[in-house]
Design a protein around this ligand. Structure first.
Ligand code: SF4
Length: 274
């Protein structure tokens, strides 16, 4: 049995920056708060919590220093932190920050924002906050209805972007539909899927076509991992989604010639090394 581990498996630049940054903060402070789970990986979070990281779900629960993770936060969080005198250590990924700036700029120029992604995902809640309600976050299934509504409203300028971990295929499909349905309006479409995501999805696509069994490693609540699973599933009949390799009995996989391994952006190397 040949095992091929994807070259781009594991921590992306943004997650690595947040994890390394949190470790440094914990060397300076005994107690550091983190707004939301720092990464979608229990072991990484547990080990940081043992060093003094406290995960909270509301900035009002913080005191002293509080980390903003790579997903970013809505702009109200920054205002509230200022009022509460909380020292924010901001590890919002620069790609996410770029989306915040884009949404704000287009909003200030009169554009209505369509953010393609999952509306409940923290990254999108943050990004869409920069258009002060003049926009929406939707996924492909809701697109048809939303486009009809927009056509009936007096909205002339539309700005379209995507969650940084959105599926490339879905983005292309949505962009095509938006151009077709809103052809009387002024439309600006920007592919804001981050490079790390795009490369990882492409590699998953290629690898899952070559192997007989594919293992996707990552947190169960990680949206980018779930997308890798969906991509692999569309090319390979045997796909497993696990949080770490030991969950799989590799002996049972010996009936397969080639096994591929890919890991999500918040998966540390230890979780998929053999
Ligand atoms: S997936 Fe991309 S946008 Fe998200 S944290 Fe990683 S590098 Fe940043």
């Amino acid at each position: 049995m040949k095992v091929i581990i994807g070259k781009n498996a594991g921590f992306c630049y943004g997650v690595k920056r947040a994890v390394d940054g949190a470790k440094k903060e914990l060397e300076k402070n005994k107690k550091v708060y983190c707004l939301g789970e720092l990464v979608h990986n229990k072991e990484v979070v547990n080990s940081l919590e043992e060093k003094g990281l406290i995960t909270i779900d509301n900035i009002k629960k913080a005191e002293g220093t509080c980390i903003i993770r790579a997903h970013g936060e809505p702009k109200e969080t920054y205002d509230l932190a200022k009022k509460l005198n909380i020292n924010l250590v901001d590890f919002t990924c620069p790609n996410v920050l770029k989306n915040h700036k884009l949404v704000q700029e287009y909003y200030e120029n009169g554009y209505y924002t369509i953010l393609l992604g999952t509306s409940t995902h923290p990254e999108n809640i943050g990004t869409i906050s920069y258009c002060d309600g003049y926009g929406t976050c939707i996924d492909i299934e809701e697109l048809e209805n939303v486009l009809e509504e927009i056509n009936q409203k007096e909205i002339e300028k539309i700005f379209v972007l995507a969650q940084t971990t959105y599926s490339i295929k879905k983005f292309e499909e949505c962009s095509k539909k938006i151009k077709e349905k809103l052809n009387s309006k002024e439309i600006e479409i920007k592919n804001t899927i981050c490079n790390a995501t795009e490369i990882r999805q492409k590699e998953t696509e290629e690898l899952s076509k070559k192997v007989d069994y594919m293992i996707i490693v990552g947190g169960k609540n990680s949206s980018n991992t779930k997308k890798l699973y969906d991509i692999a599933k569309s090319n390979c009949d045997n796909v497993a989604l696990v949080e770490k390799i030991p969950e799989i009995n590799l002996k049972e996989l010996e009936i397969y010639d080639k096994v591929g391994i890919m890991a999500g952006a918040s998966t540390p190397n230890e979780s998929f090394e053999l």
